[in-house]
Write a protein that binds this ligand. Sequence first.
Ligand SMILES: [Zn+2]
Length: 559
Amino acid sequence: MQRFHSYVPAPWTDASLVRLRELGFNAVQLNLAWGSRPDDEPLNLEDLVDPPGGSSLQMAELNCRPGPEARERRRAMIRERLALARSAGLRTVFHFGAPYNRHVHYGDTPPNCILDPALHDRYEGLIRAFAADFPGVDDLLVYTYDQDAWLCGEHGGCPRCNGVPLHERLPPFIDRLRRTWLSLNPSGRLWWKPWELSAGQVHACVDRLQVDGLGLALHANIAECMATVVADSWFVQTCRQAAGRGLPVWVDWFLGGLSEEVEPLARLAHPLTIWRGLVKLSHVPGICGLKEYYGLLPERSGDANLAATALFLREPGLDEATVLARLAQPFGATAAAVAEVWRLTSEMMERHPWDCSWLGREIGRAATDHALSAAILRPMLCPTPSWQSTRGTVFQRTEDTPAHPWQIEDIGLRCGQAAEFGSQALRLLDSAIAQAPCERRGDLTAWRGDLARFVRRTQSYAYHLRATSLAVALRRCLADKRPLPPERLVELQTVLIASRDNHALACREENREMPWLAMEAALAELGRDPSGFLERWLQPGPGDRPRGAFSLTSASNNT
Ligand SMILES: [Zn+2]
């Protein structure tokens, strides 16, 4: 999430685009559109072209790197990519957020309002300027929330929007963009992503949209792009509704080894999870396209997820055993072992509780030395229609409430089960690496490194959650003036020792040194004075030091 930094730069070359075509793709997005602005990639039309002169609208400060040199660099980047994509025979999409309102910076009352006719004029002007300066772009993809776009809240302070439902305000704005693009590019299409809208708002908008030259870009469920939650009820209904109106739909999903869920891990492989998702998506009536959501490295070897996608695009009818056998063929004598590891890692990925909270994403950034305050399940809070309503059908934690002990148990059990699948996979992978053909060992070793990082983190969550449940139960004994059950005290000690060892193992594997002094102190106190331990440790409250936003179970001082 470091600003202007791309942690895995994706090179744009003739060879990478040719490889994309070979894999079965027929279009490419020209910009890496992400709120953290990796490498200062453009995210809004305003980052590339100026709005028409004479507008009375407020121009909010841009979020791109400032200055004319940075702008010229962005413009040159898009021009160069456009030329490469066209010579590779790929269709092109430019992705942007509109209306630009610096993301959530202004809350429910942003300066640029879609009921202001001057705003429609501004975006027509911006699209015209874009088309003139970047001739040959086929399609546009527009987000109306996120991607630094934001909309007035119906209940915010905007006098135009007060009391007017979003589904009455938004379709005319989308339609102005659509008409403008179609007038400039009759064979092009405007794809709209109804991101951050509630399910009800999406359905109401789809009924009101003009469809000629328009398409819907959908996440694979109402809440997020998730490898393991594909084609929920909202998604299936929306595809059917769109098909009934003649609106094409593409679905955004993770098709390779990179994803926001596992960032910054880049080498994980769970090809059966990918295969199963693609089978499910392909059976949803109304889908006409499949789009990578996060980014691919088509030239990199060893991406079993991307290989599964490419195989599906060629031969979608294969059974799972054949898929694994086909993907593992290059591993020669170790093919059967590698296939079994992929089966286990796919189970691991699917068992891990991604549905707990949006802040369970980016698991590669979690700390293995969890806080020694009570484990929490950190909720994701965001003031959009979807977060305040339907997104809760996918994510359990969308409100700032304490997690119930049974919720703590649910997430802990599944983390432990995922870690067990992953640990089995690691053992088998170690022997496979020793016997693999030399040219394959590098890929397997890189995969092993990221797999171990994943396993240590999901295991750390499991230990922290179980230790917290035990502490809660033991405190009940103290409150009721009953003796502490020795077997539960032994279990608590065992879990904490296992967590300490898990962290130490992670440090060795990741070549870092991070002594866990708080855990040593807690274990010493538990051995010396269990009641004192229960008074001091695993109590609700902030941790002994912040663990960052993506350590799901650790309260940190910055939340
Ligand atoms: Zn407004």
